[in-house]
Every structure is written in C-alpha cells, then in structure tokens.
Design a protein around this ligand. Structure first.
Ligand code: SF4
Length: 450
C-alpha cells in the first residue's frame, strides 16, 4: 500500500515564495501521522511538504492524507479534487477541516477532525478493509503518552533550518478571540511524560531543539520539570511562550540553565486597549521593555509577533509600533493582520457587524486584510503593514535592535536577514498571486477552486 502525506502551502510560504529556508523548521503533523501507520501493513510512505518541495502531480499513491489550515484550504481542495479524479482516495485533516467540516467534506473522501492520534490508525484499517467512514472525529478523551517517534526520515533532508522539532505540551487554555487553535481543538491541555520527551531529544545529533507547541508554559509545573530535566543535555532550545514569562524569574532562570536561546512571544499590540479587544489580557504592554531586558540578560532572544487591525488603531499605529520595537530591542519582529478565522469569537463578532468582505481562504494567511477595519481603510492597513516590515528590516534598524550583538548572533543575524528577504518581496503577493492555483489541473466535472 502506498500512502502520500501532503502539506500544501500558501503562496508566500511555498518553496518558491518569500519565506526562505532559514525560516522553515520541520513540521511535526505529517511525520507524527506517518509514525502511527500500523507497521504490519508495511506501507510505502512519502511526505511532500510544499514549503520546501513540489507536490508532484504524477505521484503514485493508494491513499493521500492532507493537512489543511485555513490559508491553504483552497489549494488543498484543488489538490484533493485533482487527485480524486485520478482515482486516489483523499482524506483531509487539520485546523480547517476541524473548523469547517461540511465544507472540507465536499472535496474529500473523508475528513479527520480534532487531533488524529487515535482515529488515524483506525482510519487506516478501515481503508484497508474498504470500510472507510466519511468523518473521523477525535474527542478530547485521549492521551499523547507512549506515541512512537515521528518519522523525520521521510522529510526532505536539507529543506529546513532544523529537523529537531519535538512536542512536549499540547493545548492552550487562554481565550484569545482571534486564535484558531482553541476554536479547532478545544482548550484542554495534554502533556507528554517528560522522560519520553527527553528520550526523543537524546536521539538528535545536533545541538538545536525546537518546540513548536503553541504555549510551552501552559503548565508551569510541567515546564519546570521538563526544562530542569533538559539541563544535563546541554542543548540549545527555542519555543513559544506568552509574555507572562516576564513575571516568573524562577522559570527564566531554569530556561537559561537548560539552554533556552530564543522565545516566540505574541505581543500582538503596543496598545493595552487592543489587548482587551482581542481578549489577550495576559499581555501587559507597559512591561514589554523590561521583559525584553530580562530575557536578554539571560541570553534569550525574542521573536515578537504583532497584529495590526484592531478597532482602537488609527494610521499612527505602524510608526509607533516600529519605534517601540526598536526601543525595546525586539530581536526578530513579525507582523500580521488580525484575521477572523472561521468559528472564532472574532469571526462571529465581525461577521455580525457585516465587516468581513473577503471569503477566499487563500487570503486568510494573516498577511492580508479580509475585513473592514474601524478607523482606517483596508488600503491603509495593507500599506501600513508593508511599510512596517520594510522599515523594521532596513539594515540600520536590524543592527539598532540587535546591538550590541551579544545575544546569539549565529541565530539572530541569519533570521533577521531571512525576514529582510521576506519583507523585500512582501508586496509581490497580491490577491491574484495568493489565490492562483492554476498549476493544479482542474478535473472536468469541477470548477477552478477560487
Ligand atoms: S495564548 Fe496563543 S495559543 Fe493561546 S489562545 Fe492566545 S494566541 Fe492562541
């Protein structure tokens, strides 16, 4: 039996987009699912991740499993329609099918909603026995303990800055109104036993470890146990936390001792009112500069994420945000536009106000505006974010932020120049480019997926 696992990508993140190799780390979803295919089936498996590779239109498979986020949904549907027309069975899973199951079902033989650890092996047996169901719903009554190692060997060898991605804790209990993650998967927390995580890290033959978990400190107790156990491994690690880390000197100290070199923090906005608008009260804007100093003093650099488009914001927000970022010396700023993913509280609010004008999912890549902002126009918002990217990644401003260079320049400089390239090409990704799936043939009985 041949199984192909596909991860289609949006235009910016595709192998030929503006998101370079230095910014790509190996994804875990498809390697984890591949590891769950029962060994006794002796399946021939391939992974095609479109962020680093093309998806061949002549691929040979009996079964295709595709992971789908909202921004890639249209492209996933185009691939699904095409491969199904070739007689291949196609299943869709991931965030978007979990948010929009009925829509996804129109393009797939079956869908998997929620996390798929338990339903996936059953689905494989159902496929083999010709008893496939239409929908595999994963409830939250499962565990991520005792899972086999992800099949990293199936990934393209040189496409990523690191293949050493490892999961420790899954889930987030915060109520941010824009976030698709709890909307798709709920707010329950799942923790892998620390000894399993450590065992997996010990198999890595290079120094850097990346935790892609959406909130590594979702359980403080667990984070203390995990990172204390990591100290003897002498690794360097990167991960995602909230700005609440700034209030926790004990945990920062453990992070430093365990080799933490970089944290991604969703600062979202320089306005406290905007934090209320998106229900992210954990962010205390007044403390950002102090937080940055504290993390820098502990040798930790920060990727700081900001989202424009809140109702409180006027046209001055772009310049003010860049100023704050340079002043606070945020090592790797990243900008997005607030995006109302389906089934989120933000979507419901904006939809009820009749403000969502764009319904092509390809534009839901968090870099394009899909709703009418309150105090500025759509054009001002898109021009403002383009300006902010370019201004922030001017060479002079990169070095103002990184000065005096003491925080892991081996990491911060390549990443900054990776984002400089991204910023340079940013405005090339117009709606026409974002929504173009004309490289995927359209089956006779279907219309071009738009
Ligand atoms: S803290 Fe992050 S992961 Fe958690 S709900 Fe908010 S945006 Fe989503």
């Amino acid at each position: 039996m041949k199984i192909a696992f596909l991860a289609p990508a949006g235009a910016m993140h595709r192998f030929n987009g503006n998101f370079g190799k230095v910014l790509h780390y190996a994804p875990l979803t498809l390697t984890t699912l591949a590891a769950l295919v029962p060994e006794e089936l002796n399946a021939d498996m391939q992974i095609y991740d479109e962020t680093v590779d093309i998806i061949p239109l002549d691929l040979q498979a009996d079964l295709i499993i595709m992971t789908c986020i909202t921004g890639t949904a249209q492209r996933c549907y185009a691939y699904a329609d095409y491969f199904r027309s070739k007689g291949i069975t196609v299943g869709l899973g991931g965030v978007h099918p979990s948010l929009m199951p009925q829509e996804a079902l129109q393009h797939a033989d079956f869908i998997m909603t929620g996390f798929a650890e338990q339903t996936f092996p059953q689905m494989i047996y159902d496929f083999v026995n010709n008893t496939l169901k239409k929908v595999y719903n994963q409830n939250d009554d499962y565990t991520i303990t005792g899972r086999p190692m992800p099949r990293r060997d199936l990934l393209k060898p040189k496409g990523y800055i690191t293949k050493n991605t490892v999961e420790a804790v899954r889930g987030c209990s915060f109520p941010c109104s824009f976030c698709a993650y709890p909307a798709a998967f709920g707010r329950k927390l799942y923790k892998r036993p620390v000894n399993e995580v450590i065992k997996e890290i010990e198999t890595f033959n290079s120094k850097v470890v990346l935790f892609p978990d959406v909130n590594l400190t979702a359980s403080r107790e667990y984070a203390i146990e995990l990172f204390t156990a990591m100290i003897p491994l002498k690794k360097y690690w990167l991960g995602l936390v909230t700005s609440a880390i700034g209030l926790d000197d004990e945990l920062i100290n453990i992070f430093r001792k365990s080799g933490c070199k970089g944290l991604l923090i969703g600062f979202e906005s320089i306005s406290q009112q905007s934090q209320q608008y998106i229900n992210k009260g954990v962010n205390q804007v007044a403390g950002y500069k102090e937080l940055m100093k504290k993390l820098h003093d502990n040798g930790i650099l920060v990727q700081g994420c900001f989202a424009f488009g809140g109702d409180e914001e006027d046209t001055s927000v772009f310049e003010r945000t860049v100023e704050v970022i340079i002043d606070a010396k945020i090592d790797l700023p990243r900008y997005s536009i607030l995006t109302p993913f389906p089934n989120t509280a933000l979507y419901r609010e904006l939809e009820s106000q009749g403000r969502i004008f764009e319904h092509n999912w390809a534009m839901y890549d968090v870099e394009h505006c899909v709703f009418v902002p309150k105090q500025i126009t759509v054009e001002q918002l898109e021009e403002g974010i383009t300006w902010a990217w370019k201004e922030t990644y001017k060479v002079g401003n990169i070095f103002k932020r990184l000065s005096p260079f003491r925080h892991s320049p081996w990491l911060s400089i390549p990443l900054n120049f990776g984002y400089r390239h991204y910023a340079d090409k940013y405005e090339l990704f117009t709606k026409e480019v974002m929504c173009d799936n004309s490289d995927i043939p359209v089956p006779e009985n279907k219309e071009q997926t738009k």
